[in-house]
Design a protein. Structure first.
Lengths: 1078, 439
């Protein structure tokens, strides 16, 4: 359903006629001449106050109750400016008449009906390096006659902290509006004692919560669980019911080291900061944020902004060393996983919970440079929230050349000329980074398309606060942007040309919350469309929107509207006439909302408090030896295999240990109970990193023996066979298996010649210390229980093998091998009945299938009688998104002839292939390249041929990957495969393993996916968007994704097996999980 | 070896040594200081670590000396005296050379090969070398001298290649220990430890990096340790103006970062070794040493620095000791910050103490105890000059300044100073650069 709609939407071009979606209105037309003028002086500059360049905000709302949205702009140094909307997109500057005056350094602005008289009031935040009384926040109470009276002190909201923005909301659900003030520190702490810093209190830096007690506000920050430490650098705040329990929660973006906060409302006047329970990671230098239901599933999603540039050149100028150790230290000291890029957190239902799956890179919105406002709005009214992002910075000093060379050289020059170096003068000379704002169209499939140009937004400026509003009353969202040192932008939206329908919804709330803040409105339609919006005014950065909800409907003419007020009452009504404003009143809501009952689930987790087994990695860090590796191969375990080892009819399982930890056999006692079976043979082999295991009857005596693959990236790669005595007692006999010398990645056991003694293929994963050289893979012939290495030459170094499946792909009665891995195509080795069984002539690599494959299975998915190949890949939630036209490459050569292989990955950024390593990372691997790249600028446009001399490059080992999507290779005709990728939800994480089975009992094969990868480079950040996913097969070879199946795989999942009516999920460096299949 | 020395002696005797006026000798000495300055400046620009800097200085200055030392037949070669250094070429008998030009050419070639920013080095060299364009020697002599210098440099570079430096670039990056009391990455940058394998670099004189043993530092959290923490803390809270000045004067941090929000910049200073090479220049200038003597002094100080750093780093990564900033923040005062930025490597012993005492030992032997001078080296980095009555006084001040700077405990300073003194004596005992006393 969703996909057909998506295709339909693609057909209607976003812009019709000559006119782009947005046109910029001139100040002459609008009368809006406001600009946020920043003038630096020796006492007023970024050295005196570090948020000097953060810009101003915009608030929209009908201040004079004439039905038209009016505007308030804050200027940091000048007076705020108020414009009344006179209609026809004309505005009058009424600042003087309003009597609104504000000295000091103004930041955010928000509107709310604070005194519940039906008229919007204005709250302005202040910060800066001035005196306390120049910094207290201001509340301008609407006097109903076009004038306002400043009454912050009377109301008790004159907070003297360094404020960024505020939000009015009813946190204690008592019907009136409370206030949260977002503050920031002015001093940076870098300290060992993180616990001390986190527990210290700074009333000027810490965020504040004010409870409304009958019209007077009381500071309840400390008793309500609000963090107020001196390392808070709040730049963004959003209110939403993130966990859907009916109470408003808070998200706070913090700049720098301090974690972002997700405050979950505890229903008792307190919040609990719970980011770790809800999100796998966050932005690092978190800035503005926004909430919207971006995938129309009725769950609010969250976007946070950061500062990662889109283009290679700027990325290379600002990226220093990877900083893996530093990041590990921050984590050990109590900080959370944070990476420098925008994050799009998609709300996902898991049993009893909502979790956020971060898909910013998959969605294509992760890199928008130094960004401020994120504003989700359905700008083309097609029913999918689009995204507007402002950015720019007045002094572009993130350039590392400034840090290391330019400024020190200037200092030196000054001293040589007998002057004292003047940093302020130098900063003043730095250029601005004027970057275009970004406008993204929601494609409806977890994707956003950059439409900045095509929708007419291609203007560069230093843009900060922004708000959308229907300024001209035509139903679409116009945009107002506060620029630094440039006239504010007023963008008129021409979505009316697209002939899409809309619905504007205004709310009349309770007596003390006149605009119904906190109400949730769900609009849905018979075609399955549904979209959630929550009424909150503070959005984006330092800005607020008018109290109105805007729903784009596409071509729909009839919808259902359901409102849930914060008092728990709801009302549902059918709307048969669209393109208008409807009013909903809390007084009319009589239904009582019942919490949705979870389930019934397809799977029930039984892991319990005490896990059966916990995999424990050693401290080994692959990046110490090979700093340019994309991920750590030493963390590919645990191995996991199931089999009935004692012949009691119940399937038992073996889980492998990491290096230094023995593997363990669990005997199935039935009813979900397992007993650990001690085995000296396993204990004696704890030095191996077990990465794969399989049970098979290797000596043809009727019981299951165990083959264990040794992997990792350190040493000790000999695989082991453990022989079963028929009762589940395993013993090891040396000398029966030729020693395997490479780190293993995959194993398959299959009887080629039908003698009852199965053969073994064992794939090598990686060459330790020499990535990406193909490691040794092995084919062992089984001579009645002893094994002989008969590996054909073509197979011995077939690639970095991560997955293998043995099956009769061509239905000729002989087993074939399907092999795939890192930088490897999906390769089918067609088998022959006699040794050597496989030949290069009978081997076929599927064209354009080279990827970073993790898992494979052969099955007839479409029931057409031919075997298909299901394959788990790296996924697309990454900076790297290779395709046949833009492959991911690795070139490996010993550039500096020092005896180590220098492997450099490159990938396409904006149509051109650039090396992945930042300059410092490259110089760490090849110090002599410092001669070639003495500055960051010298390296900023370098390609692989600038790094590896042509003569060396010609001889270098060169591998490519063209496909990162997971999916199915359907066999349409013998040896002819057609790739069909999984839906986007399944591309958000590396699919490490999966199970095929009819889990939903509809008679068709489903695919149950698990995966992630936490052992990656510090700057790329953990792949943790995987939460466990079921793909249900629909007729026509499409898949749908049921919500909340009960399968919850949010750890660093590696292996998934089925044991009778149970699932076992093995996670790296974590507990194993047990599920019942219902 | 004996045969080799004999042949050198013969060639020495047969070489025409031209009489040179003392004025031009003085000028040669200034130009030598200029050469050193070029090398220092490029290394500062490149943020070369103190260790790599000591290596660049040593090989360049040895090359300079070896190609120029024939100007005074009383001076002897390092060959056969430094670990792994074999025979070096002698000049052609009976032919005229300009020894400064020969030495400068050797220095240039060696330095150019070792530094990173070659363009910058070249640019600065071009502007410096204009100053000896007008030397009163024929083009032929110049060419011959340059060629001899380059020949010497080639052999020095070949020798340098065997010191294991390249191999240490390929080793696994350092992983800090998680044991308490061990070194951890320090604020504000939490940079990774530099040169954890520097003890694998071949020393020039020392038989092995750890040949001179030293006592272990106080056990973590022991009463003595706590006392040392307290001393650093109390000292930092009661710093006199003079102590602050000393701390800054001997800071010698090649890369101290400063942060204002997202604005980061750095203060670069000359490395500790560079500072002592500068002091050497001051002493050479003041004493009026002639070219060969000056080069002997420079090179011998650079050899002492080179070995002192190796011995020091050997101990640093063996003891892997915690820095005051980490200990004091965790055990005593969470928001304590030292006066100086803590450099990124383990604490024990204090590198500046070791290398300062070793350098002072060499300089004292050459110029005598009680050689007073004004140290102007740090002026270019914004710190006022200081006066000293002897090299040892300066070295002791450099050592204790690390306590004032809050980056070392007293034990690291005192035991480090003792180690430095012993290294100086060891080197002076093993190396003979002149028939008769060095001066």
């Amino acid at each position: 359903m969703k996909i057909t709609r998506f295709l339909l939407l693609l057909a209607c071009a976003p812009c019709m006629g000559q006119q782009p979606l947005f046109t910029l209105l001139s100040p002459q037309k609008t009368g809006i001449h406001f600009q946020n003028t920043i003038s630096e002086s020796p006492g007023q500059n970024v050295l005196a106050y570090e948020y000097f360049y953060n810009g101003g905000g915009v608030a929209v709302g009908d201040l004079n109750n004439d039905g038209l949205p009016d505007l308030v702009f804050t200027a940091n140094m000048d007076q705020p400016t108020i414009y009344f909307n006179k209609g026809n997109l004309q505005f009058e500057d009424v600042t003087a008449k309003t009597r609104i005056r504000a000295s000091g350094w103004k930041t955010g602005v928000t509107m709310a009906d604070v005194n519940a008289d039906g008229w919007l009031d204005i709250y302005i935040c202040r910060s800066g390096n001035g005196e306390d009384d120049q910094r207290s926040n201001l509340l301008f109470i609407n006097q109903h006659d076009g004038t306002f009276k400043e009454m912050a002190a009377q109301y008790g909201v004159d907070d003297k902290g360094y404020s960024t923005q505020a939000v009015f909301f009813d946190y204690d659900n008592d019907g009136d509006l409370d206030l949260f003030v977002l503050n920031h520190s002015t001093k940076r702490y870098r300290n060992f004692d993180v616990a001390w810093m986190k527990s210290a209190y700074d009333s000027l830096a810490g965020d504040k919560l004010f409870r409304n007690d009958n019209g007077h506000f009381t500071d309840v920050s400390r008793q309500s669980g609000i963090i107020g430490n001196p390392i808070c650098f709040g730049l963004g705040v959003a209110v939403a019911d993130f966990n859907q329990d009916g109470w408003p929660d808070l998200y706070v973006s913090n700049d720098y080291d301090e974690d972002d906060y997700l405050y979950i409302n505890q229903h008792d006047g307190t919040f609990r900061e719970s980011i770790r329970e809800y999100m796998g990671h966050t932005s690092k230098f978190s800035m503005g944020c926004d909430v919207a239901d971006i995938n129309n599933d009725g769950i609010s999603d969250l976007m946070t902004l950061d500062m990662l540039p889109e283009d290679n050149h700027r990325q290379k100028l600002l990226k220093g060393p990877d900083g893996y150790d530093y990041q590990q230290m921050l984590l050990r000291n109590g900080y959370y996983n944070q990476y420098m890029r925008n994050m799009l957190h998609l709300g996902v239902k898991t049993p009893g919970h909502i979790e956020f799956s971060e898909i910013g890179q998959l969605a294509g919105v992760s890199n928008t440079d130094w960004s401020w406002s994120a504003l989700f709005g359905d700008y083309d009214l097609d029913g999918w929230p689009d995204l507007f992002i402002t950015n720019g910075y007045m002094r572009d000093y993130t350039n590392l050349d400034y840090l290391k060379y330019i400024l020190p050289d200037e200092f030196k020059k000054a001293r040589a000329e007998g002057r004292q170096p003047d940093l302020y003068e130098l900063v003043k000379k730095m250029p601005s980074s004027q970057v275009k704002s970004y406008l993204f169209r929601n494609t409806g499939s977890l994707g956003f398309e950059n439409v900045t140009q095509s929708w007419g937004m291609g203007l560069s400026a230093l843009s900060h606060g922004a708000a959308y509003a229907d300024l001209d009353g035509d139903g679409d969202l116009d945009l107002v942007v506060n620029n630094t040192n440039k006239t504010a932008f007023v963008w008129q939206n021409h979505a009316e040309d697209l002939k899409n329908n809309y619905l504007k919804i205004r709310l009349k709330g309770g007596p003390k919350n006149t605009f119904g803040i906190g109400a949730k409105v769900l609009v849905y339609a018979s075609d399955g469309f549904k979209q959630l919006q929550e009424m909150e005014l503070t959005h984006g950065f330092q800005s607020s929107i008018e109290p109105c909800l805007f729903f784009g409907l596409g071509k729909r003419k009839e919808v259902q509207v359901r409102v849930v007020w914060q008092n728990g009452k709801s009302q549902t009504l059918a709307v048969g006439e669209v393109n208008k404003t409807i009013w909903l009143e809390q007084a009319n809501a009589r239904d009582t909302v019942e919490m949705e009952k979870p389930g019934p689930y397809l799977f029930t987790e039984l892991s319990g408090e005490k896990p059966l087994f916990t995999h424990q990695e050693d401290d080994y860090n692959d990046f110490k030896r090979e700093p340019l590796l994309p991920h750590q191969f030493s963390k590919y375990g645990p191995a996991l295999a199931g089999g009935d080892v004692n012949g009691d009819g119940k399937t038992d399982f073996y889980v492998g240990g990491a290096k230094g930890q023995p593997g363990t056999l669990f005997i199935n006692l039935g009813d979900g109970h397992f007993r650990e079976m001690p085995s000296p043979a396993f204990s004696e082999h704890s030095q191996y990193e077990d990465v794969q295991a399989l049970f098979a009857d290797l000596d043809h005596d009727g019981d299951l023996d165990l083959y264990v693959v040794s992997g990792g990236n350190e040493s000790g790669f000999e695989d082991r066979i453990y022989w079963n005595d028929g009762k589940g007692n395993f013993s090891f006999i040396p000398g029966l298996l030729p020693p395997t010398a490479s780190s293993g990645g995959a194993v398959a056991i299959f009887d080629m010649d039908g003698d009852g003694y199965p053969e073994i293929f064992r794939g090598g994963q990686v060459t330790t210390g020499a990535y990406p050289q193909a490691p040794s893979s092995y084919l062992f012939k089984n001579d009645h229980g002893t094994f002989r290495d008969i590996t054909p030459e073509f197979l011995a170094h077939i690639g970095m093998v991560s997955a293998v499946a043995a099956a009769d792909v061509n239905k000729d009665g002989v087993t074939d091998l399907v092999i795939a891995g890192e930088f490897m195509p999906v390769t089918i080795c067609y088998g022959q009945k006699t040794a050597p069984y496989f030949s290069s002539a009978a081997t076929h690599a599927i064209a354009h299938s080279a990827g970073w494959w993790n898992s494979l299975q052969v099955a007839d998915i479409d029931q057409d009688g031919k075997a298909d190949i299901v394959a788990g890949n790296h996924g697309m939630n990454s900076q790297m998104k290779p395709s046949p036209r833009e492959p991911l490459c690795v070139d490996a050569a010993d550039i500096d002839s020092n005896g180590t292989l220098d492997a450099i990955i490159s990938y396409y950024i904006q149509g051109k292939c650039y090396p992945q390593p930042a300059r410092d990372e490259l110089l760490d691997q090849v110090p002599s390249l410092k001669v070639k790249f003495p500055t960051y600028k010298d390296y900023a446009d370098a390609t692989i041929s600038d790094i590896i001399p042509q003569a060396q490059l010609n001889k270098a080992l060169h591998l490519e990957a063209e496909e990162f999507r997971s999916g199915i290779f359907y066999q349409d005709a013998p040896d002819s495969f057609r790739f069909r990728d999984f839906p986007p939800e399944a591309q958000a994480f590396p699919v490490r393993d999966f199970l095929l089975g009819d889990f939903n009992h509809d008679g068709r094969t489903d695919i149950l996916l698990a995966g992630n990868n936490f052992a990656v480079r510090a700057q790329s950040g953990r792949y943790d968007a995987g939460k466990g996913l079921l793909l249900e097969q629909q007729p026509g070879r499409l898949f749908s994704i049921p919500v909340n199946t009960g399968f919850h795989a949010s750890l660093d999942a590696r292996k998934l097996i089925r044991i009778d009516q149970y699932l076992i999920l093995a996670n790296n460096n974590d507990k194993i999980q047990l599920f019942h299949i219902n | 070896m004996i045969r080799f020395s004999y042949s050198i002696l013969i060639s020495l005797l047969l070489t025409v040594v031209l009489p040179v006026s003392s004025r031009s000798q003085n000028r040669d000495q200034q130009l030598t200081a200029g050469c050193l300055q070029v090398l220092s400046e490029v290394m500062i620009h490149d943020i070369t670590s103190p260790l790599v800097a000591s290596r660049d200085y040593a090989y360049s200055m040895i090359a300079f000396y070896e190609a120029a030392r024939y100007g005074d037949s009383t001076y002897l070669s390092y060959s056969g005296q430094l670990n792994g250094l074999g025979p070096l070429p002698g000049p052609q008998r009976g032919l005229e050379y300009d020894w400064f030009i020969a030495g400068a050419a050797a220095f240039y070639k060696t330095g150019y090969a070792l530094v990173f920013s070659k363009d910058l080095f070249q640019k600065q060299w071009d502007s410096l070398s204009r100053q000896w364009k007008d030397r009163p020697v024929s083009a032929e002599v110049k060419a011959r001298s340059v060629s001899f210098g380059e020949q010497t440099a080639s052999l020095i570079l070949a020798w340098a290649k065997g010191d294991n430096y390249n191999h240490t670039r390929t080793l696994a990056r350092y992983t800090p220990s998680r044991q308490e009391g061990r070194w951890q990455q320090t604020p504000p940058d939490y940079a990774e430890a530099i040169e954890p394998y520097w003890n694998q670099i071949r020393p020039m004189v020392l038989a092995s990096p750890g040949v001179i043993s030293m006592p272990a530092p106080a056990a973590y959290k022991s009463p003595r340790f706590m006392q040392e923490c307290k001393e650093v803390l109390e000292t930092s809270r009661n710093l006199s103006r003079d102590q602050t000045w000393m701390a800054n004067f001997w800071d010698c941090n090649p890369f101290a970062t400063q942060t204002v929000g997202h604005l980061m910049y750095s203060i670069k200073k000359i490395s500790p070794g560079g500072h002592w090479m500068g002091i050497t220049g001051i002493a050479v200038g003041k004493s009026g040493q002639k070219l060969t003597g000056a080069l002997a002094t420079y090179s011998l100080v650079s050899v002492a620095l080179f070995d002192a750093f190796i011995a020091c780093w050997d101990e640093k990564f063996k003891t892997n000791y915690i820095r005051p900033v980490a200990a004091i923040q965790q055990l005593m005062v969470p928001n304590w910050d030292p006066q100086l930025q803590t450099p990124p490597f383990p604490e024990y012993p204090s590198g500046h103490s070791v290398i300062s005492m070793a350098s002072a030992a060499v300089l004292t032997r050459i110029f005598g105890d009680g050689f007073g001078y004004q140290d102007t080296v740090e002026k270019a980095y914004g710190v006022e000059s200081r006066s000293f009555t002897s090299f040892n006084q300066a070295a002791r001040e450099a050592a204790i300044s690390r306590l004032y700077g809050g980056i070392h405990f007293r034990e690291a300073i005192e035991n480090g100073s003792a180690l430095g003194e012993k290294i100086g004596a060891y080197i002076l005992e093993k190396i003979r650069l002149r028939k008769g006393p060095l001066r």
